[in-house]
Ligand binder design. Structure first.
Ligand SMILES: [Zn+2]
Length: 209
């Protein structure tokens, strides 16, 4: 181990010791566990390990990710709203801004190469992935509105922005999942063309496949 790494390690251990000298309980209502900082398990001074992990998975320390069934009424409201407001200035601007994100996302990067990239760059590449999967901007808006409508009627919702963002991102991520596979099908003779069937099916659900 280099001396630089060693001194960094010692510094982390010293800071952990200082934090654990002042024990505090996790801030989630009813949780009896000490915070990670208090138990010498990290620097989190608000949450215990279980609730910190819950936060990183769901975007909330206490509210779980919505199921498809829980989201269904919100989705219906979002679809109806978008249909009724498709020609409004707000809708047009929102869709245009999503198109700008698509166009400024740069080339698509395979998922295995995203590891180690800064978060900002990874989020740009997420837009590139959606663009390549031919996801219409309306579908992104629908996801955001569906989550917002669900949160508005959920008495136990976590109303912090992070929960809304994570829940919408989970839906949006699923829109483009499975597009890494490219099928090759014979077109005529020996000529073969790539065929991204699932992505196209999602983009044009009304077409006969
Ligand atoms: Zn806790």
């Amino acid at each position: 181990m280099t001396s630089r790494r060693q001194s960094r390690r010692e510094d982390v251990q010293r800071r952990l010791k200082t934090l654990s000298a002042d024990p505090k309980r996790c801030i989630v209502l009813g949780c009896p566990e000490p915070t990670r900082a208090s138990s010498g398990d990290g620097f989190d001074q608000r949450l215990c390990r279980r609730h910190a992990e819950h936060l990183s998975t769901h975007g909330s320390a206490f509210r779980k990710t919505y199921t498809a069934k829980e989201l269904a009424p919100g989705r219906a409201k979002a679809k109806a709203w978008l249909k009724a407001n498709v020609d409004t200035e707000a809708c047009k601007i929102a869709k245009e801004r999503i198109r700008i994100l698509y166009h400024s996302a740069g080339p698509l990067v395979p998922a295995y190469r995203l590891k180690g990239m800064p978060p900002k760059e990874r989020s740009r590449k997420a837009w590139a992935r959606l663009r390549e999967a031919l996801i219409a901007p309306e579908r992104i808006l629908e996801a955001w509105l569906a989550v917002s409508a669900t949160i508005a009627t959920d008495n136990e919702a976590d109303t912090r922005p992070e929960f809304r963002r994570v829940q919408a991102a989970k839906i949006v991520h699923r829109l483009a999942s499975g597009t890494h596979k490219v099928w090759r099908t014979p077109v005529s003779g020996d000529h073969r063309a790539p065929r991204r069937l699932p992505a196209l099916q999602r983009a044009c659900p009304e077409a006969s496949w």
